[in-house]
Each structure stands twice: as structure tokens, then as C-alpha cells.
Design a protein. Structure first.
Length: 321
């Protein structure tokens, strides 16, 4: 009898060990999951997330809805997410503007540490581009012209990585650029194509289709080496600019307080989604650079960004006074 009881106890322990996560997750997910994008529809972040959502739905077995909540470079969506329940059904697409830059620049009272960090999805360099009929063929020519008169550039939002990149050039070369922020990269690129600004700074998915079509010239990519997808375009480092490898990351974060089992489940499903050949093919065609990081890696990425960006943002704020 004792042997039977011992066997049953052992069996019970094994069941607890191997199904503990299932008990913690309950029947999650059992309804639609919403990915909240804090930037405009049709912009680079939105274009990156939508094919991800399609494959993510297959991996999780539920519908995945993409919802655009725009405003303040993604900060409106981030602030709304702070009030959501950590039940895994509303997740936020995190990026440098809404996780690091805006909280510093606008003193919003939150940071990336106020969220449950899940995974990084992409890390794509940004680029500066002009219209194909522009008189400027190189970044040096563009900067030289800015010494004579302020030139304008559009971006996907105020206090964005794009703005930090351009203002870094302005400080180093002692020139002035006039910034025209728009609600997303698609609108910023459209402003350039319409002749409303002299240049645009944005994600490769926003500008590379127009470059391929011959309507834009890319003067430089903010990277430390040339990109294989743009072999004829110089990187910013070879033009003499150090420490200016600015890129745009996308990540998935959740409200604070999510239990570890659910976080690990989502982390695992994100990795499965990013390993899917269908998604890889779509992103490759868009010149999107996939770069998976788990929750710990994402925490380190945002911490590094904070340490790097904070002095730049504070300098920029001082200069604007």
C-alpha cells in the first residue's frame, strides 16, 4: 500500500511540474489579442507589425488585431497601456520614442521599466533622403547648403530617433535644420514627395520603396557600415560621423504585473513567429532587419538606449530654450 501511495505522490508531483505553466495560463489565449501601435497606419512601424500579426495569430491560435492609437510619438498609446490589465489581451508595440525619448523629453512620469517587457522584433537603420530632382547628391552637399540657409526635414514625429539623428548632425557641423514632424513615416515621406520639405529622415521601409522607384535619393544610412540591401549608399560612419548608428526598433511590451508564465508564453510565441519563413520573406522585401531579443535582452537594449539618448535629449532641450 505504501508503494502505491508513493507512486501516486510521485505521479502527482510530475503532473504539477509538467503542467504548472498550463495551470498558471488557464485557457489563455481564448479570445482576440490586440497589438496597439502608437504610430499612424501605413508608416514603417505599422507596416512591420501587420505581417507579424498575421503569423502571430497562427502561432497563438486566436485572432490578432492591430490597433493604431496615435499621438505624441507613440506616448499616447503607451500611457493608455499603463492602465490596462496585464491579462495578455492588449499588448503594445514599444519603440525608442514611446519607451525612452518621449518620457525624458516631455517628463511623462513613466519609462520602459513600468512595463512587462516581452521581446524585441526588429532593429532597422534609418536614412536621410531627398527627392530625385534635388540639387543635393551627397550628405556633404546637403550640410554645406544648410550653412547658407536652414533646410527643412520631415520625420515620423517630434522627439523621435529621426530627430535625434538629424540634430546630432546639426550640432556636430554647427548648422541649423528646420524640423517638420508628421504623424508617422508615411506622411513624412509624402511631405517630401510633395515638395513641402527639403529632405526626410525615416525608416528604410518608408523611404526604400521610393528609392527603388527612382523618386528619392538616399544620401546616407545611419549605420556603422554599408548595408547589403543598399550597397551604393554610404553609411554615416564612412562620411566622418562617429557614434551615430541610429536605428528604429520595434518590440512587444505589456502592462506591468503580468505573471511570468504568461510572459514566457508570449516570448516563446514571438520567437516562433519570427522564425517563420513567411514572415522573414515579407520583412526582407521591406528591408526590415529582424533582430529577436528575449525579455532580458530587451531590458538591456532599452537601458543602453536610455544611457545613450538621455544626454542628447537634454542637450537638445537646453538648445531649444
Amino acid at each position: 500500500m505504501k508503494k502505491v501511495l508513493s507512486f501516486l505522490l510521485l505521479l502527482t508531483l510530475l503532473v504539477v511540474v509538467f503542467t504548472g505553466s498550463a495551470f498558471a495560463l488557464g485557457n489563455y489565449p481564448s479570445k482576440d489579442i490586440t497589438l496597439v501601435v502608437g504610430f499612424g497606419a501605413g508608416g514603417a512601424t505599422d507596416l512591420i507589425v501587420r505581417p507579424f500579426a498575421e503569423v502571430f495569430a497562427q502561432k497563438t491560435g486566436v485572432n490578432v488585431i492591430v490597433e493604431n492609437v496615435t499621438g505624441a510619438s507613440g506616448a499616447v498609446a503607451a500611457q493608455q497601456m499603463l492602465t490596462e490589465k496585464p491579462d495578455g489581451y492588449r499588448l503594445l508595440i514599444g519603440a525608442a520614442p514611446n519607451m525612452v525619448i518621449m518620457p525624458i523629453a516631455a517628463n511623462l512620469g513613466y519609462s520602459y521599466e513600468n512595463f512587462t517587457l516581452i521581446s524585441q522584433l526588429t532593429n532597422t537603420p534609418i536614412a536621410i533622403a531627398v527627392r530625385s530632382d534635388s540639387p543635393y547628391n551627397t550628405l556633404d552637399e546637403f550640410v554645406a547648403a544648410a550653412k547658407e540657409k536652414p533646410l527643412t526635414y520631415s520625420s515620423g514625429g517630434a522627439n523621435s530617433t529621426d530627430q535625434l539623428a538629424m540634430e546630432s548632425i546639426a550640432r556636430e557641423k554647427e548648422v541649423t535644420f528646420s524640423h517638420m514632424p508628421f504623424d508617422g513615416g508615411a506622411a513624412a515621406t509624402a511631405a517630401l514627395l510633395g515638395g513641402h520639405v527639403d529632405s526626410t529622415v525615416g525608416n528604410l521601409p518608408d523611404v526604400s520603396p521610393q528609392y527603388d522607384a527612382g523618386t528619392l535619393k538616399i544620401l546616407a544610412v545611419f549605420a556603422d557600415e554599408r548595408l547589403a540591401v543598399l550597397p551604393d549608399v554610404p553609411c554615416i560612419k564612412e562620411l566622418g560621423y562617429d557614434n551615430m548608428a541610429f536605428g528604429t526598433i520595434t518590440s512587444i511590451v505589456a502592462p506591468a504585473g503580468m505573471n511570468e508564465e504568461m510572459m514566457k508564453y508570449l516570448e516563446e510565441k514571438v520567437k516562433e513567429t519570427m522564425d517563420d519563413p513567411k514572415l522573414q520573406e515579407v520583412w526582407n522585401k521591406m528591408n526590415v532587419f529582424a533582430e529577436y531579443l528575449d525579455s532580458e535582452g530587451l531590458l538591456q537594449k532599452y537601458t543602453n538606449m536610455m544611457n545613450s539618448f538621455q544626454p542628447l535629449i537634454l542637450k537638445q532641450m537646453e538648445g531649444s530654450k
